[in-house]
Write a protein of this length. Structure first.
Lengths: 115, 114
């Protein structure tokens, strides 16, 4: 089954404790992206990757890091989480980095709470 | 549930009726628009898309209308079913810059009454 998976689905942590949220897709997609979803603000892009070893900032990259060492994986790293990073996070992937006219497939989401 | 947006506008319809969900977008340079459906506990799911060179596009039970003059997008769902209950987001892709960052609206909650 074609899908985007994220782990963990739920995470409660404390301020300053480094964490990684994994994202993996099995569709051989070139493009991957991370979004956060907050009440009243919709989904906002954090980082994106056009292909392996090619990453760039989205609209709200502060406090986050990503890497793209393999095509299928795009982990989101919070080096020192803070309470304002409490949110619902979605990973998405899409075919072809050269055209915008392609559907983005979203993962199931990761609910992160930073105390 | 996982749906974010405690104060979303809500559209309540009877099963079998047609639903119309509206969306106003802000960027006149946007050239690609998508409707997503988000059920509780799940990520957004693609419904239908439309490019800016079109005014209307139809799918299975869904139709998207685009009015570029007033920057308005609508999603019509025919013969609404209980399984259509979800939050619906419109998303726009600003003029292609290589980022493919979708700008999402805040969403509309659709409630289907049996």
């Amino acid at each position: 089954e074609a899908q985007v998976t994220q782990n963990p689905r739920y995470l409660i942590t404390v301020t300053g404790k480094k964490l990684t949220v994994t994202c993996s897709q099995n569709m051989n997609h070139e493009y991957m992206s991370w979004y956060r979803q907050d009440p009243g603000l919709g989904l906002r892009q954090i980082y994106y990757s056009m292909n392996v070893e090619v990453t760039d900032k989205g609209d709200v990259p502060e406090g986050y890091k990503v890497s793209r060492k393999e095509k299928r994986n795009f982990p989101l790293i919070l080096e020192s989480p803070s309470p304002n990073q409490t949110s619902l996070y979605f990973c998405a992937s899409s075919n072809s980095g050269t055209s915008p006219y392609n559907e983005q497939f979203f993962g199931p989401g990761t609910r992160l709470t930073v105390l | 549930g996982e749906n974010v947006g405690l104060h979303l506008p809500t559209l309540s319809v009877q099963e079998g009726d047609n639903s119309i969900i509206n969306c106003a977008y802000s960027n006149s340079a946007s050239d690609y628009f998508i409707w997503y459906k988000q059920e509780s506990g799940k990520g957004p799911q693609f419904i239908i898309d439309i490019r800016s060179n079109m005014d209307k596009r139809q799918g299975q039970r869904v139709t998207v209308l685009l009015n570029k003059t007033v920057k308005h997008l609508s999603l019509q769902i025919a013969a609404t079913q209980p399984g259509d209950s979800a939050v619906y987001f419109c998303a726009e892709n600003p003029q292609w810059t290589g980022r493919r960052a979708l700008t999402f609206g805040s969403g509309t909650r659709l409630q289907v009454q049996p």
